[in-house]
Design a protein around this ligand. Structure first.
Ligand SMILES: C[S@@+](CC[C@H](N)C(=O)[O-])C[C@H]1O[C@@H](n2cnc3c(N)ncnc32)[C@H](O)[C@@H]1O
Length: 277
């Protein structure tokens, strides 16, 4: 399982200066801007570089997530779209096929090198990868849309990131984030005390922490924010983490039961954040 699809992901990261303009994508990159290192750390960067170098790494387009984002954005053809932390860019490529001019800003140089080589091979000019830190968006000219999947919970200091996001979204612009959720005290306690010990697997890097309600409040200071729980993911976590995937179907049915009744839904480990500037 790729860490981004895992439950108790962890991470954070880096980057560098990408100073060239991006005429091909139509997403403008400011010239001559020297980026500071940002919040990214070598530990996190190394973790993701290693993961993306691994022969067993697989990636797929999260269709239901993209569909939900498109419902929020409306037509993207001809618009500028910034993906944050898009790894090797599979989703950026998909969004590019929908006609958007896309930049994937990602800290892993391995992911970005692979993406840009792939774009060149395929002759695609409306998508571009930039190796950089999502907490430093000074190099990016304002865009119509921002998309991110499992990235917000990596970003610190979060208020600084929110200010950057506010600047990079055009007035009337929209952002969509697919995230994990630290609203359940029980899940957070298990994550802190059980996960990564004995036989219990830990996915993701050592620095990330699920998105907290306080961080959502921070977003609400700068944007109109709607939170949607697209599924109940709670009891199934016991199967993934504690029970070596036994009883997955049974626990999944309990999740579905809670989802249908909207019980404890704000404790689901999955959420969509729909932002309007
Ligand atoms: C959990 S993975 C998600 C990857 C992809 N978006 C997905 O959903 O499959 C987190 C990604 O964010 C990147 N990342 C973490 N911190 C970052 C930062 N500060 N700036 C840019 N990218 C970052 C990691 O390198 C990694 O590719």
């Amino acid at each position: 399982m790729a860490p981004d699809q895992g439950i108790f992901e962890e991470s954070q990261q880096n980057v560098r200066k990408s100073k060239s303009a991006s005429p091909a994508t139509g997403v403008l990159v400011r010239e001559g801007i020297e980026l500071p290192g940002g919040a990214a750390t070598d530990l996190s960067r190394t973790f993701w570089d290693d993961l993306y170098s691994s022969a067993s790494f697989t990636d797929s387009v999260p269709i239901p997530v993209i569909k939900a984002a498109m419902e929020h954005f409306g037509p993207v053809a001809g618009k500028t779209l910034l993906e944050l932390g898009g790894g090797p860019g599979t989703t950026s490529l998909y969004l590019g096929r929908l006609g958007a001019n896309v930049i994937n800003l990602e800290q892993s140089s391995k992911a970005i090198d692979d993406l840009n080589a792939r774009l060149e091979r395929l002759g695609i000019s409306n998508v571009r990868g930039i190796c950089g830190d999502a907490t430093d968006l000074a190099q990016i000219e304002p865009v119509d849309f921002v998309f991110g999947s499992m990235i917000l919970h990596h970003l610190e200091p979060f208020p600084h990131f929110v200010a950057q996001l506010r600047r990079v979204l055009k007035p009337g612009g929209k952002a969509f984030f697919y995230e994990n959720n630290a609203n359940s005290r029980l899940l957070v306690w298990l994550r802190q005390h059980i996960v990564g010990r004995l036989w219990i697997p830990k996915y993701g890097d050592k620095e990330e922490f699920p998105l907290t309600p306080d961080e959502i409040d921070e977003l609400k200071k700068a944007f109109t924010v709607e939170v949607i729980y697209p599924e109940m993911l709670f009891f199934r976590l016991a199967s993934s983490y504690l029970l070596k995937r036994h009883f997955e179907n049974f626990l999944g049915k309990i999740d579905e039961f809670f989802f249908r009744r909207r019980w404890l839904l704000s404790h689901s480990y999955r959420q969509y954040l729909l932002l309007s500037a």
